[in-house]
Design a protein around this ligand. Structure first.
Ligand SMILES: *[C@@H]1O[C@H](CO)[C@@H](O)[C@H](O)[C@H]1NC(C)=O
Length: 294
């Protein structure tokens, strides 16, 4: 019974891959292009390095836009002194009412821990910052960072461990990002006015260039061609009836029990800041925080 159901789901999935061009690849060139400062990009085999110096940072962006699915990149953050620098990996749509899911890695002085700031913008409004430290040194090795997006939730994952979930609470009248195709971006820049210890530690340019390394580029998502109207793309990328995308399957559309426990562990042991509990900034608790269950 279980086996035959699996086969049906798998069969549909294969059909969809061919029908709508779900993209999955480990190759940078197929999926991405330099967004700015191509002269600050360095290729070394499978690894792409972005360099920040006094003159410029650097960034890359996906060639296509996507709705729903999963994007993963392995990143090795700036070694040694990274104070003042921010390396970001994010998805974003365009326009004044854009949606955005952000990982921002805030550098630090040598030996002090990196922080991971995440944020979610819905209809042009962000202010949903969370900050965590990590359970490993992200400058020593490559680790995978993923954004999983479906109609029920946006999940931020570090080495497949969920560190944040933004749940669809539309049934409570809270908007959820699901109508705009998003590009995938990464960049490194100088943010010493705020990034490290609240902006007190400035970038030490004698330690430049600051280098973030990338590999293992993977996008497994519903691609939205620019030639196709937004409403048509939204329809194509939605699971309806017999057309099921894997990211809308019950096992993916919400956290498993194991993942919920992982998230609780991360929040208990690694959370440094959560906008949901910042009474000084938000005297009235943001609506989605009231209904989120952790
Ligand atoms: C940098 O290190 C200091 C001291 O350990 C810590 O308080 C801070 O949270 C770290 N991260 C940033 C981004 O400031």
């Amino acid at each position: 019974m279980a086996v035959s159901r699996m086969c049906v789901v798998f069969g549909l999935f294969v059909g969809l891959v061919m029908a709508v061009g779900t993209a999955s690849s480990a190759k940078f060139e197929e999926l991405f292009q330099p967004g700015w400062a191509a002269d600050h990009h360095v290729r070394e085999g499978d690894v792409l390095k972005l360099k920040l110096d006094y003159y410029s940072g650097a960034g890359f962006s996906s060639k296509s836009k996507y709705m729903f699915g999963k994007v993963t990149i392995q990143i090795k953050l700036v070694e040694g002194d990274s104070a003042g620098t921010v390396t970001a990996f994010y998805m974003s749509s365009e326009g004044p009412n854009h949606n955005e899911f952000d990982f921002e890695f805030l550098g630090n002085t040598t030996g002090e821990p990196y922080l991971v700031q995440t944020n979610v913008y819905v209809n042009g409004v962000g202010n949903r910052e969370q900050r965590m430290n990590l359970w490993f040194d992200p400058t020593k090795d490559f680790h995978s960072y993923s954004l999983l997006w479906n109609q029920r939730q946006v999940v931020f994952l570090v080495d497949e461990t969920p560190i944040r979930v933004h749940t669809n609470l539309e049934h409570r009248g809270i908007p959820f990002p699901k109508d705009q195709a998003m590009g995938v971006y990464s960049s490194i820049w100088n943010a010493d006015d705020w990034a490290t210890q609240g902006g007190r530690v400035k970038t030490d340019w004698t330690h430049a260039p600051f280098v973030a390394s990338y590999r293992g580029f993977d996008i497994n998502a519903c691609e939205c061609p620019v030639s196709v109207a937004a409403t048509e793309n939204a329809k194509r990328c939605m699971s309806t009836g017999a057309k099921r995308y894997w990211w809308d399957e019950p096992t993916v559309s919400e956290l498993s029990l194991h993942q919920s426990h992982q998230l609780m562990w991360v929040r208990a042991n690694h959370m440094i800041y959560d906008y949901c509990t910042d009474k000084a900034r938000f005297p009235v608790t943001p609506a989605e925080c009231v209904h989120h269950h952790h």
